[in-house]
Ligand binder design. Structure first.
Ligand code: NAD
Length: 260
């Protein structure tokens, strides 16, 4: 094994073991090894198909019925993502995070992913800042339902509880993050003394602010990403490997420490 990687993994396990409240901030790179393409980067969907319409949420508010009709006939980029999402299963990185949570080495996951992989892997304290593609959400009362349990008889569908318009739970460009979700992220960040930055390019706000807040409060950042990001320079440790490789290695070191 590469000595540099080995040393970084050792140090990461030591920092995690010495921390009180560890939070993973997860981005699209975490699911790359599950076959789900990222947006940015060499194989990114936007790199191949161009950036999507950033007025998505405005379009939804102006014409919810038209937005729903378009959702039923997605673009080639969205079709490519949907096909990958439908096939995907969690990778070794997702399972390692689940085991870290079980062992008390990880207190929460804040994920920007919408792919449901952490739930399938068995993690429990998951905050989905950009929503979940397998759910729908009421735009008024924020109630959520599994997509396959919600009968869509009319477009746009309406909330059985309050009559508000229902949309996909995934947060669109320009759409505010639901307040209760943002509050949970802020609370986890305030308690966090070690944040794992896993597969995120750290440029999408508000998620990109959380590591900055941890850093300001004197906490440690550990980046796991094969490529450089704006947070690489300020991270205490940088692990230049895919999360499907690095996280199981960190888990093994934590187990060795726990058993010794
Ligand atoms: P991004 O696409 O901007 O960047 C992905 C990052 O992952 C890059 O820094 C890249 O170097 C890194 N990466 C690539 N392979 C990796 C691997 N094997 N292990 C670790 N890191 C790896 O992603 P982002 O910063 O998360 O943000 C953009 C948005 O993309 C998010 O809002 C998210 O909702 C959305 N998105 C989600 C999914 C998903 O749910 N799986 C997929 C694509 C995009």
């Amino acid at each position: 094994m590469n000595d540099e990687l080995d040393a970084a993994i050792d140090q990461a396990a030591a920092v995690i073991a010495a921390s009180r409240h560890v939070v993973a901030l997860v981005g699209a790179g975490m699911s790359a090894e599950s076959g789900i393409p990222t947006f940015r980067g060499k194989e990114g969907i936007w790199t191949k198909h161009g950036e999507p319409d950033l007025r998505d949420y405005d379009r939804f508010r102006e014409d919810p019925k038209g937005w729903w009709e378009q959702r039923m006939k997605p673009s080639p980029a969205m079709n490519e993502l949907a096909a990958a999402l439908a096939e995907a299963v969690p990778n070794e990185g997702h399972f390692a995070l689940k085991e870290m949570e079980d062992r008390g080495s990880l207190q929460a996951i804040i994920t920007q992913n919408i792919d449901n992989m952490h739930q399938i892997a068995g993690s429990t304290n998951i905050i989905e800042i950009h929503g979940n593609r397998t759910k729908l959400r009421c735009t008024v009362c924020s109630n959520r339902w599994p997509l396959d349990e919600f009968p869509i008889d009319e477009l746009p569908p309406s909330c059985p509880d309050c009559g508000g318009i229902v949309k996909g739970d995934t947060v669109m460009f320009g759409e505010p993050i639901p307040r209760e979700v943002l509050d949970e992220c802020i609370e986890q960040t305030a308690r966090c003394d070690c944040m794992l930055l896993i597969g995120t390019s750290a440029v999408v706000y508000p998620a990109a602010q959380f590591p900055v807040d941890v850093l300001r409060a004197g906490g440690a950042l550990i980046e796991i990403n094969p490529e450089d990001t704006p947070l690489s320079n300020v991270s205490q440790l940088v692990i230049r490997a895919g999360s499907g490789t690095a996280l199981p290695m960190i888990l093994e070191r934590l187990k060795e420490k726990g058993d010794s």
